[in-house]
Design a protein around this ligand. Structure first.
Ligand SMILES: *[C@@H]1O[C@H](CO)[C@@H](O)[C@H](O)[C@H]1NC(C)=O
Length: 230
C-alpha cells in the first residue's frame, strides 16, 4: 500500500485510515485538508460539500469524504461514491451516491443511500449525542433540508481528528471537477488553542478562513478547495 500524504500529515490517525472495510483497496489520493489530533476531543463536526460532477464513466471506485477518527477507534466517514455502475442508489451519469458510513473492527456499516448532483450542497454533520458515546451522522441537502442518509453508532467520546479525503481505489477514474467544502465548523469539548496549528493540506488542496472562537473551543474553516484530479 502506498503511503498517502494524508497519512503522513496525520500519523496518529493513520491506523484508522489504514483499517477500512474490505472494499477499500487504496491506490491513490487527491487533495485533502485535515486537522488533528486535538489535545481535547471533538464533540461536533459539520461541513457542506459541493462535489462537482462525478466522472461520466468510472473504472474503479472514487470516494469523497470528510472523515473523523482518533487513530485507533472507529472511523466516522460519510462518503460520496462513484462506482462503475452507480444505479444501486439511483444515480444517473455524473451523479454521486452518498451514504453515512462507519469503519471499525466490525468492517463497514452504512446508512441508507441517497443521490447527489454535482451542484448540490450536501451538509454532513457528525454529532456526539447526549449519551456521550453515540456518534450520529446526519446528511442533508443544505438548500432544501431533504434527508440523504444518516447513521448512529456508539464509537465513544474520544474523536481527535477530522479531515477530507479524495480516495481513488482499483485504478479509479479520478475526479473531473473540483470540490468545495464550505462553512466547516469543528467544536471541541474543551478549548485547544493549538488545534489550528495541526492543519495540513496535500495534493493541491487549499483552505481559507481558518479561525477560532470561544478561546479555541470552536474552529471554523470558511472554505476548502480541492482541485480536480484531471
Ligand atoms: C479512540 O476511541 C476508542 C473508543 O472510545 C478508545 O478506546 C481509544 O482509547 C481512543 N484512542 C485515542 C488515541 O484517543
Amino acid at each position: 500500500m502506498r503511503p498517502s500524504t494524508l497519512l503522513l500529515a496525520l500519523p496518529s490517525m493513520a491506523l484508522a485510515f489504514l483499517s477500512p472495510g474490505p472494499l477499500h483497496k487504496r491506490d491513490s489520493w487527491g487533495g485533502s485538508v485535515s486537522l488533528g489530533p486535538t489535545k481535547s476531543t471533538i464533540i461536533n463536526a459539520v461541513t457542506t460539500i459541493i462535489p462537482g460532477a462525478a466522472p461520466p464513466t468510472q473504472n474503479g471506485m472514487l470516494f469523497l469524504w470528510p472523515g473523523m477518527s482518533n487513530g485507533t477507534g472507529d472511523l466516522v466517514q460519510t462518503t460520496l461514491e462513484s462506482w462503475p455502475d452507480n444505479s444501486w442508489c439511483g444515480a444517473t451519469t455524473g451523479q454521486w451516491c452518498i451514504r453515512a458510513s462507519l469503519f471499525g473492527s466490525f468492517g463497514q456499516l452504512d446508512g441508507s443511500a441517497g443521490v447527489v448532483k454535482g451542484t448540490d450542497k450536501v451538509k454532513i454533520e457528525y454529532n456526539l449525542e447526549a449519551d456521550g458515546e453515540t456518534w450520529k451522522q446526519t446528511v442533508t441537502n443544505a438548500d432544501t433540508g431533504a434527508a440523504l442518509s444518516s447513521f448512529s453508532y456508539k464509537s465513544g467520546p474520544y474523536m481527535r481528528g477530522w479531515g477530507t479525503g479524495t480516495e481513488c481505489n482499483n485504478d479509479c477514474t479520478g475526479t473531473v471537477a473540483a470540490q468545495q467544502y464550505i462553512n466547516t465548523v469543528i467544536t471541541l469539548k474543551e478549548a485547544d488553542a493549538t488545534f489550528g496549528n495541526t492543519i495540513a493540506k496535500a495534493s493541491g488542496a487549499t483552505y481559507s478562513g481558518l479561525a477560532s472562537s470561544s478561546g479555541g473551543k470552536v474552529w471554523t474553516i470558511k472554505q476548502i478547495d480541492v482541485p480536480s484530479m484531471s
